[in-house]
Structures are given as C-alpha cells and as structure tokens.
Design a protein around this ligand. Sequence first.
Ligand code: PHE
Length: 337
Amino acid sequence: MIEELEKLRREISDFKAKSSEEIEQFRIKFLGRQGVFKDLSANFRTVANEQKKEVGIKLNELKNLVQNKIEDFSLSSDSPSGESSAEDFTRSSGGIELGSRHPVSLIRREILDIFSRIGFSISEGPEIEDDWHVFEALNFPPEHPARDMQDTFFIEKDPDMMLRTHTSSVQSRVMKNTPPPIRTVSPGRVFRNEAISSRSHCIFHQIEGLYIDKDVSFADLKQTLSYFTKEFFGKTEIRLRPSYFPFTEPSAEMDVYWGLETETDYRITKGTGWLEILGCGMVDPNVLANCGIDSNEYSGFAFGMGIERIAMLKYQIDDIRVLFENDVRVLNQFKGA
Ligand code: PHE
C-alpha cells in the first residue's frame, strides 16, 4: 500500500492541467465518488494495524496535494495573465448591466400613449423634405422669416430641399394623402439653424397633432388639450393666449398653471405660476384647400409641442444639451422608468 501511495504522489505532483476540463477530470479521478481515494479508503481497512498510522498520514497528505493542485489552477486562471482565464466557467459573471430609455424617448412614448387612448393614430414622414410640405402647403408667405437661411438648413445641391423645421410637414402629407376624418399625431426630429445654448439646440423633437372632421370647433381643441394636460402633468388649469402661426387661424399658445409651491416653481414660471407648453389653432382654410380638402365641409385643429422642453420641465433639467450628450451618469438615472 505504501508503495502504491508513493506512485500516486509522483503522479499527482507531475500533473499539470492545461485547461479547466483537464483539471476537472483530475478532480473526478481522485476525489470523485468512484475516485482513487474512495478505493484507498476502502482498502485502508485491510492495512495491518501497526501500519495504519503511517498510511493514514500519507493518505491525508495526498488528498491535500490533490486539493492544492486544483486550487492553484483556479487561482492562476483567475489572474489576468492566466492564459486560460476565458475558459474558467466557475468564475462569477459579474452581472449584466441593464440599459435605460432616453428621457426624450420616455416622454415621446408617454405623450403618444395619451393621444392614442383618444383615437389618434401615429404618422411619420421624412426628415429631408421639400419646400411644399414644410412651407408652401402650410401657408407660409414667401417672405416669411422661417424660410430664411437663418432658420432653415437647406440642402446645397437642391434649393427646394431642406431639413424639416417642424413635423407639420408630416401633416401636409397626411392631409394630401388621406381623406378626412383625420386624427393623427406626428412625432419626429426637427432641425433649425440656431446657436446651441442651454435653452436651444439645432436639433430637437416635436409631436404635432391634427384633427380634421365635420364641425370641429375651437371647443374640441380646448377639450383635447385639457385632457392631455390632465393626463400628462396631472394639472387641470390651462389658458389659451392669442398667437400667430401661418397655418392656423385663430392661433393660440397654451399655458398650464403649474403652481407656485416651491422655489423651483417660482424660477421656472418666472414668478407667474404659468408655463407655456405648446402652440395650437384651427387649421387655416387655405391649408385645407392646398391639400385638397374642402374647407366648406371640413374644419380642424392642430397643435405642436417640443419634446425636449417637456422633458426638461418634467425631469427638472435646466440645460437642453444634457439631453444630447448621452452621459451615462445622466442616463442611469432613468433606469426602470
Ligand atoms: N409647427 C409649430 C412649431 O413648430 C407648432 C404648431 C403646430 C403650432 C400646430 C400650431 C399648430 O412651432
């Protein structure tokens, strides 16, 4: 028996594992349920009493030797220089990082959800558009400043093509291609030639809504916006201030009564309690006519809002550039939202 143990000692000391499979086979061979040590312990009973002590000690030494080999292997494969580190399936995985949705996507989804609950479909269109869909169909006079190089990015090779300055261009397309009734919201990216600052960016996102049917009135517009405000902000008080857009008549700007409870409320509402949220109005009959809709039979309303502005209000972000930098320290705060 002593000789047998001596042979095993040499075998164990000489063993070198090249992979985690080999070390596993080694472990099974010696320590497994039908392994060498199982046999040895069975044979131990037959060892003469005066040898039992010596054999017992040697057996234990061998077991330790085997265990040390296995530990040494897993230590060396854990170290960065260990060649087989990629193959150690016993290492813990270190967890999988979950991503998060971008705040602009969160707001976009929430707004679209609200309007789809009251029957609005979603329509999208191209970011590079022609003059007709962006301006002409929407009643922009030729001298309107929005048509100026200072506001619009034109495509050099074709003066008729530009990056859309608002998603109203999608509404021109919908009106031209679908007979009323129309009830749709158009989300998308828009471009304006503006200097980038904490308050404005040359790229941002809008959602615009359009409703055209028989007998649509300003009261319908007000009711729809009031429903949206309640659902989205949880606020009930709105006011409509007269304004001007070439494609709506009358036009208005909608403010929400935000309140004056905290210091932030004072700051963002400039002490008035009111916040401007969106532009809206009744679709100008000229626009309907341009798109082939009979303005004697149909009327409609439209509204449009900037997603970044609403995200900034909702999440209390005071610099729009934060929404374009994709800093993970910011994005991580929206996990699970
Ligand atoms: N298109 C306008 C803008 O970009 C918003 C708007 C849409 C206003 C529809 C009125 C009606 O500012």
